[in-house]
Ligand binder design. Structure first.
Ligand SMILES: [Zn+2]
Length: 157
C-alpha cells in the first residue's frame, strides 16, 4: 500500500463507519423482526406461503422499513463524509470559493471544511459534473514534524 491510502483515514474513522453500518443493519433487522411479530398472521389459506408478496399490509410495512433503513444508511454515510479522517470530529468552518456565474474565470465553485484541531481539510466541489472531481481529503502534517524538518534543513546548509 502506498502512503496515500494510509493517509486517507485513521483506524478510528473506519471503526466509526463500521459501527454505524452495524447499528443500521441491527435496526433494519429489528424493524423486520417487529414487523413479523406485530402484524396479524395471514389467513390459513396462505399459511405455507411466504408473507412477503402475499400479505400486502406486511409487504407494505416491510417496504417502509427497508426504505427507512436505506435512508438511515445514507444519513450515516453523509455524516461520515464530513468527519475528520484523523480524530473523527465533525469538520467545521465551511469556506465557499468560486462563483457560478464566472466558472471560466475563477474556476469551479467549491467548499472547504477544516478540522478545528488542524488535522486537515476536505475539498468538496459544488458543481457535480463528470470533470469536477470528487471530495478530497488533504491531511496536514504535525507542526512538530514541520519544525524538525525545517531544523534539519537549516543544519544541512
Ligand atoms: Zn481532526
Amino acid at each position: 500500500m502506498d502512503d496515500k491510502f494510509w493517509n486517507y483515514g485513521s483506524w478510528k474513522y473506519w471503526v466509526l463507519l463500521m459501527g454505524k453500518i452495524l447499528v443500521v443493519a441491527g435496526m433494519a433487522w429489528a424493524l423486520g423482526w417487529w414487523d413479523g411479530r406485530l402484524m396479524p398472521a395471514p389467513n390459513q389459506l396462505l399459511a405455507h406461503w411466504s408473507r412477503l408478496g402475499t400479505d400486502w399490509p406486511y409487504t407494505l410495512v416491510m417496504a417502509l422499513c427497508g426504505l427507512a433503513s436505506y435512508l438511515l444508511l445514507r444519513l450515516a454515510l453523509w455524516d461520515q463524509k464530513f468527519r475528520c479522517r484523523v480524530c473523527v470530529r465533525r469538520l467545521r468552518l465551511p469556506q465557499a470559493e468560486g462563483i457560478y456565474s464566472s466558472v471560466l474565470l475563477g474556476g469551479t465553485p467549491y467548499c472547504e471544511y477544516v478540522c478545528t484541531w488542524g488535522h486537515g481539510k476536505l475539498f468538496v466541489p459544488e458543481l457535480h459534473l463528470a470533470s469536477s472531481g470528487k471530495p478530497m481529503w488533504t491531511g496536514y502534517e504535525s507542526l512538530w514534524d514541520n519544525l524538525l524538518r525545517a531544523e534539519e534543513a537549516a543544519v544541512e546548509k
